[in-house]
Design a protein around this ligand. Structure first.
Ligand code: AMP
Ligand code: MG
Length: 440
């Protein structure tokens, strides 16, 4: 152990990495070239939200399977209600009852009615349902009259309040194509076809390793000079939100062997995300480890925050390889970089299209300054003013370590790299972190 530390001691001044300056788009393109769509699995419907279907779903029966009532009421032959009105009710004998889930015992004879509940199959020859509201049902019930007749106050037309067999989906119909993103409606649809699982592209498992001797785990008692590891949790939350499965691997110390050990634990993962250790400090070991354990590229990305970024392919002891995204350590940098590079990687692995974050144009209440030709992502709160116009105000201190202004932000307002400032009153594009119901 001591020997390895010694080895690390001599290494910091021997880096020969070309720190290229890349645009966000170029960095993203390079990163995405290392990912591919993951294999297909059978997914329980309850867990399938947001996954992409990998089979074509064809209905093997009609939905609904039988013609059934859309109302609680009386199944009749429409012709038997001809001329019925409040003033000239038609009285029919009630010869039976069908509840939801039952099958009618016999066909409806002319001149009779059958009490029927919503969803219950209609008897043969019944071609309309008269809702209770259009009968004297309530009066009879109030007076305790269960004498077997009902007065109908409205003339029915054929098919009134009857849902035909196959009205929703017909047997043989394609309900979902392969490659469809599963939302609540699709998941309900699959359940209605009787399936408990669906073939879908597997979710990526993302290992999250925090590096830094200064880090404490939330829940640990406070120690002077230390800070709590927030990056693992904000990154894990983003992984979950974009459909992946986060696996927090804990904290690695600023030594090569500690980080190597943490990375070795990240078996069976589809991506490894580290935070910190990619800048120029003496103890920034992520780059050293990657240089010895895989391919690495160290980039300067033309963005603020999150300029330093590492990306590589990690080769583990067992010979398997996994893409590694090395985020900067500052909490806001880590988050903004993950939005720009981690989110699309997860989408790609899940088989989803490469859509951008939802973006609006908003009038800035505060200026965004850009003093060194990088694309600035400014933390803002976007809202609609009294005229319905989108505006965005700064959520405070824009330093890359200030997480509170990120916590207050619902969007990132962009000042392009070649523009020195977007002044208050000017319009900026805002990439929405959230799409809150209350402002849209
Ligand atoms: P570094 O990249 O190691 O120089 O870290 C940059 C800054 O980010 C330092 O102020 C670190 O203390 C901070 N930092 C690094 N890792 C974390 C983390 N997991 N959670 C919160 N802050 C961190
Ligand atoms: Mg550090």
């Amino acid at each position: 152990m001591a020997k390895n530390s010694d080895r690390h001691q001599e290494r910091p001044h021997r880096h020969h990495y070309d720190a290229e300056m890349l645009s966000v788009e170029d960095a993203r393109t390079r990163i995405l070239s290392y990912f591919s769509v993951l294999p297909v699995e059978d997914v329980e419907l309850i867990a399938a939200l947001g996954q992409v279907t990998a089979e074509k779903l064809v209905a093997s029966f009609d939905i609904p399977p039988l013609a059934n009532s859309a109302m609680d009421g009386y199944a009749v032959r429409a012709i038997d209600t001809r001329g019925a009105s409040l003033e000239t009710p038609v009285e029919l004998p009630v010869v039976g009852v069908v509840a939801a889930g039952q099958i009618p015992e016999r066909a409806l004879e002319a001149g009779t009615a059958v009490r029927i509940m919503t969803g219950a199959p209609v008897p043969d020859y019944a071609d309309a349902v008269i809702p209770f509201e259009d009968t004297d049902e309530l009066e009879r019930r109030a007076s305790g009259d269960t004498g077997g007749g009902i007065s109908i106050h409205l003339q029915a037309e054929t098919r009134d309040n009857i849902r035909g067999a196959g009205e929703d989906v017909e047997e043989g119909q394609t309900v979902l194509e392969s490659g469809h993103i599963l939302r609540a409606g699709e998941i309900g649809m699959i359940a209605s076809l009787g399936h408990a699982t669906i073939k879908a592209v597997r979710r990526p498992v993302v290992a999250i390793v925090s590096t830094g001797d200064e880090l404490l785990q939330p829940g640990d008692s406070y120690q002077p000079g230390k800070i709590y590891n927030s990056n693992a949790y904000s990154i894990a939350a983003m992984v979950t939100r974009y459909g992946g499965i986060p696996r927090i691997m804990g904290i690695a110390h600023d030594t090569v062997e500690s980080l190597e050990a943490a990375l070795e634990n990240a078996v069976d993962t589809d991506m490894v995300v580290t935070s910190a250790g990619v800048s120029k400090g003496d103890y920034d070991v992520v780059k050293d480890v990657l240089a010895s354990k895989g391919e690495i590229a160290l980039w300067s990305v033309r963005m603020r925050p999150a300029k330093p970024l590492a990306f590589g392919v990690l080769e583990r002891g067992d010979g398997t390889k996994v893409p590694h995204l090395g985020l900067p350590g500052n909490p806001v940098s880590a988050m903004v970089a993950f939005e720009q590079f981690g989110r699309p990687a997860i989408r790609l692995m899940m088989g989803k299209p490469m859509t951008e974050k939802p973006t609006i144009e908003a009038i800035m209440d505060d200026p965004i300054h850009n003093h060194d030709g990088r694309r600035v992502y400014a933390r803002v709160h976007a809202y609609r003013d009294e005229n319905g116009v989108y505006r965005a105000r700064s959520t405070g201190n824009q330093s890359s370590g200030v997480l509170s202004s990120m916590a207050l932000a619902n969007g990132l307002a962009i000042c392009p790299d070649d523009i020195g400032m977007i002044d208050a009153g000017e319009t900026a594009r805002v990439e929405m972190l959230d799409w809150p119901d209350d402002i849209f």
